[in-house]
Design a protein around this ligand. Structure first.
Ligand code: F6P
Length: 355
């Protein structure tokens, strides 16, 4: 055996994690004769010394399986719960040395890739990151695996809601995930023909939303589809001081419910709300995510071989490459005003809540 590396999945799960693990382990083993050690439940598995050897045989048959065979958690590496006096970063370094690892491969979202970078800086681990999240909000990559599947699931849900909206002449509000970014709502909203799409990047004015819905009613279309990202904010909410907004949101229903309430008040039309929730994260990856995961995973193994550490695998100009983790850490990729899909949505008359 040549190199030996650790691998973990951290943060929220998503379709494509297993496909990526499979590609990394198979490529590393078959092409480079490296050994993979899989940690259970993210960074927690390192702290608990909960690991096992992963072989091409043990990752066989997982390409299409949802979730992650390694389990995941949102373990805080640089923070301790009350009463926990462990020096977690020191333990991680200890386990890394005990196992004689050459690198730690982290399949994670923003938080987990940031932790990988911080571990490199704090205790000198060699790390490689991979971008997973249905939120698609990681800086440095055009796409994260998991996103395409989530868009497909959300689009199918919108399609189904469309027919019942039409039958009952109702305003249907569909709340989608995305954390503080609007990628999922924008893509699924456009793919599902949403009449209104509300996302965190564009604080909405309920009068504009009501006007768009009423205009459709005047044209004889008495139903409307309103796609709301979970992080969407009204103009008033966005204008609040951060601390006040945090408290207000903690004590308020989720974005979809707030929008539904405001629409009913402004239009008097009957509204119904669907919060799609974890359906968006579960189940088998679609074909695109299987391909992206396989490309990114095998590329990560090539990076291991080349000792190209401190970087995250990324999709750049449609090709798989990598970016420095320093560029990725502590940032969020938001939808920009000049995004082609956002521009297209505006062009076809979709209401984005700001006009
Ligand atoms: O995986 C990202 C994400 O799906 C976000 O869109 C969402 O806000 C968050 O995870 C919720 O996940 P959890 O309940 O597991 O913290």
């Amino acid at each position: 055996m040549n190199k030996r590396f650790g691998i973990l999945t951290a943060g929220g799960d998503c379709p494509g994690l297993n496909a990526t693990i499979r590609a990394i382990v198979k490529t590393a083993h078959e092409k480079y004769h490296m050994e993979a050690i899989g940690f259970q439940h993210g960074y927690k598995g390192i702290l608990d010394r909960d690991y096992r050897v992963l072989t091409p045989e043990s990752v066989s048959g997982i390409l299409t399986v949802g979730g992650t065979i390694l389990g995941t958690s949102r373990e805080k590496v640089f923070k301790n719960e009350e009463g926990d006096n462990r020096d977690k970063t020191a333990i991680i370094r200890e386990v890394y040395d005990e196992l004689d690892l050459d690198c730690l491969v982290v399949l994670g979202g923003n938080g987990s890739n940031k932790k990988a970078y911080q571990l490199q800086e704090a205790v000198g681990l060699n790390v490689i990151g991979l971008p997973k999240t249905i939120d698609n909000d990681i800086v440095g990559t055009e796409q994260c695996f998991g996103f395409s599947s989530a868009v497909a699931i959300a689009t199918e849900a919108i399609d189904r809601i469309h027919t019942t909206a039409h039958s009952h002449n109702r305003i249907m509000i569909i709340e989608l995930m995305g954390h503080h970014a609007g990628w999922l709502a924008l893509y699924a909203g456009v793919a599902g023909g949403g009449d209104v799409i509300l996302m965190p990047e564009i604080p909405y004015d309920i009068d504009h939303v009501a006007r768009a819905i009423n205009k459709r009613a005047e044209q004889g279309k008495e139903f409307s589809i309103v796609v709301v990202a979970e992080g969407a904010l009204s103009k008033e909410e966005a204008a609040m001081k951060k601390s006040k907004r945090k408290e207000y949101l903690l004590n308020s229903p989720s974005a979809g419910y707030r929008v539904a309430r405001a629409i009913e008040k402004a239009t008097g039309l009957e509204s119904r709300i669907t919060v799609l929730g974890y359906v968006q994260r579960g189940g088998t990856p679609n074909a695109w995510d299987r391909i992206l995961s396989t490309k990114m995973g095998s590329y990560a193994a090539d990076m291991l071989h080349a000792e190209d550490y401190g970087r995250m695998v990324a999709l750049i100009d449609g090709r798989v490459g990598s970016v420095d983790l320093a560029v990725v850490a502590d940032k969020v990729r938001y939808v920009e005003e000049d995004d082609r899909i956002l521009m297209a949505a505006r062009s076809i008359g979709t209401c984005l809540g700001d006009e």
